[in-house]
Design a protein around this ligand. Structure first.
Ligand SMILES: [Zn+2]
Length: 309
């Protein structure tokens, strides 16, 4: 990301150069004439956006999710327009090299904060045929060396993909700091020509929150652990969440947990102050977590709750 001190993007002084979010790419190749083809005429909207069960690739997504050999994750589908592909690449009878006849649209899906088993999907259209068009028609017609055009293509597609993944991670075109198209450098700017290399720090915080609170929690590797958080004040946790930290409740502090919590297998809770667990289940994502230890004059109260693996 670039450092931006631009009032149209963010008014704070802080800057986070690296979100420290890393993605594990797991490429899967599927040969299927129906799913490959996004040229689906009257069902165009359902064909593009993966937001409902009417989406054209919904059944494929279900198959992938139910396949135990495929790790859960944000499923990004790359499809092609069969008409464009046939004429551009097979027959080569789309003659105007300045025009790309495929789709420039892409569509993503915001996280779910109620259905923790829901999948997250992104649909990217005509990425390969656009690559072919740049290489074989656009670059030669404009006298641009292919290595330079290839970099421009990668930047263009990469920025678009980052934007769609931004939606998958809960970000929208508008946030507390800018309206739609007001911050040109924002990853979430909807304009395709924008530089798209900046996320305001609070928006990065929003992403981390959705890793705990939404269905994205099921995509994070089981052994993810971010260290110890010390609670120093009176604090309520009425959120169904996956916790990536251990908790240390200081002797001056009180924590009330009243919704289900999924702990990291490395995680534990040490109680020097007061911990109240009321009507909540504490479990772990994979292996056993390290449990609750009451220290010194610490106080633990458990009501209508279940503490397990
Ligand atoms: Zn968007």
């Amino acid at each position: 990301m670039v450092n931006v001190n631009n009032d149209s993007c963010y008014t704070g002084d802080d800057f986070i150069p690296d979100t420290r979010i890393r993605f594990i790419a797991n490429k899967i190749y599927i040969r299927n004439n129906y799913w490959w083809n996004n040229n689906c005429k009257g069902e165009y909207v359902n064909g593009v956006c993966p937001t409902t069960s009417l989406w054209r690739l919904y059944d494929l997504d279900q198959q992938i999710v139910n396949n135990p050999s495929i790790p859960r994750g944000i499923n990004i589908y790359f499809t092609e327009d069969s008409f464009n592909y046939r004429h551009l690449i097979d027959l080569q009878d789309l003659q105007d090299p300045a025009i790309f006849y495929g789709n420039s649209a892409a569509c993503s899906q915001l996280p779910s904060y109620t259905d923790y088993n829901r999948t997250s999907k992104v649909h990217e259209l005509d990425i390969y045929s656009k690559y072919w068009w740049f290489q074989n028609l656009y670059a030669p017609a404009n006298g641009v060396p292919w290595d330079r055009q290839r970099k421009a293509y990668a930047n263009l597609i990469g920025r678009g993909l980052a934007h769609e993944i931004g939606h998958s991670l809960s970000l929208e075109h508008v946030c507390n700091f800018y309206g739609s198209n007001e911050c040109r450098v924002a990853v979430m700017s909807p304009a395709g020509s924008s530089p798209r290399n900046y996320i305001p720090p609070p928006e990065i915080g929003k992403i981390y929150a959705c890793f705990s609170l939404s269905n994205l929690r099921s995509f994070i590797p089981d052994n993810t652990f971010l260290g110890v958080k010390t609670i120093t004040t009176n604090y309520d946790m009425p959120y169904n969440m996956r916790l990536y930290h251990s908790l240390n409740i200081a002797n001056t502090a009180s924590l009330t947990i009243s919704e289900d919590i999924v702990m990291s297998s490395e995680g534990q809770i040490e109680v020097y102050g007061k911990l109240i667990i009321n009507d909540a289940n504490l479990t772990s994502i994979g292996e056993k977590w390290k449990g609750i230890t009451v220290k010194n004059n610490g106080y633990l109260e458990i009501t209508s709750s279940n503490i397990s693996k």
